[in-house]
Design a protein around this ligand. Structure first.
Ligand code: SG5
Ligand code: ZN
Length: 260
């Protein structure tokens, strides 16, 4: 619910721009990433994950009505942040959440060579110099979101198990659920030594602020069918059965590639 008392749904995402004008701007997300067309950023330093091995003191899962969102509280100096790669400063971890759909052929927001994945996870970070997430959203380099793609595999993913352990408590409830704290490093370990695509875009939900440096590893992690079933059981606002926005026009932006 925004300040004018309205909310958005996924039934007609083209209507978002009527109430949220930035959703109609030119450099929106998600996009389709065509791998053969990428330009190389050359010799970038590897992306660096700092403090991801630190477990938080508390960890909370909440159903926002648009996704499930995981947040944590870390002691001073223990808070996870990323640096280097295409980034010019430290970006502090804010939250992670997921996008999915009613069946395995859809769900991810970004596409790779026109292909969708059943699940996409977003690790949202804000630029340290802007101090807070809500302030950082006002700047074109305010946020960086690392998006991870998941594909179906019988084994699923251990890291998802820890999150999904709390999902039944929030599937039909807006009450926050306290998880047993765990470190987030399993996700970045899983994408060690892979290539990344990066481009400038927006939040994929209203208000669609064009404040995001997107970082997308070009590989997939595993999710089992049983794990996907748990995502699809989460009750979203307005009876939505998916929470992905369709891909948006590139409008001349370049997508760069780099390796860790
Ligand atoms: C917004 O952007 C919201 C997120 C929302 C993303 O700015 O942030 C806030 O409102 C600050 C609290 O919503 C929440 O965090 C709800 C608790 O994403 C989601 O988590 C729901 C999909 C959109 O982010 S994205 O561009 O990475 N998809
Ligand atoms: Zn997202």
């Amino acid at each position: 619910i925004n300040s004018s008392g309205t909310d958005f749904d996924y039934k007609d995402t083209c209507k978002w721009a009527k109430e949220f004008p930035m959703c109609g701007e030119k450099f929106q997300s998600p996009i389709n990433i065509k791998i053969p067309n990428l330009e190389s950023l050359g010799e970038l330093p590897p992306l660096k994950w700092n403090g991801y091995e630190n477990a938080p003191t508390t960890m909370t899962l909440v159903n926002s009505g648009h996704s499930i969102t995981l947040t944590g509280q870390w002691d001073d100096n223990n808070i996870p942040y990323i640096t280097d790669g295409p980034l010019t400063d430290a970006y502090i971890f804010e939250q992670l959440h997921f996008h999915w759909g009613p069946n395995d052929s859809v769900g991810s927001e970004h596409k790779m060579n026109g292909n969708s994945f059943p699940l996409e996870m977003h690790m949202v970070h804000f630029k340290k110099e802007y101090e807070t997430f809500s302030n950082a959203v006002k700047y074109s380099d305010g946020l960086t979101v690392v998006g991870l793609f998941f594909d179906i595999s019988p084994m699923g993913s251990e890291a998802l198990t820890a999150i999904l352990g709390g999902v039944s408590a929030v599937s039909s409830s807006k009450d926050p659920f306290e998880l047993d704290p765990f470190e987030l490093s399993s996700f970045n370990v899983a994408i060690a030594a892979v290539q990344f695509a990066t481009y400038a875009g927006s939040l994929t939900t209203p208000p669609c602020s064009q404040s995001v440096i997107w970082i997308l590893p070009i590989n997939t992690l595993n999710v089992s069918s049983k794990q996907m079933k748990k995502f699809r059981n989460i009750e979203l606002n307005h009876g939505d059965t998916h929470n992905y926005r369709p891909t948006q026009p590139l409008n001349g932006r370049s997508i760069h590639i780099f390796t860790q």
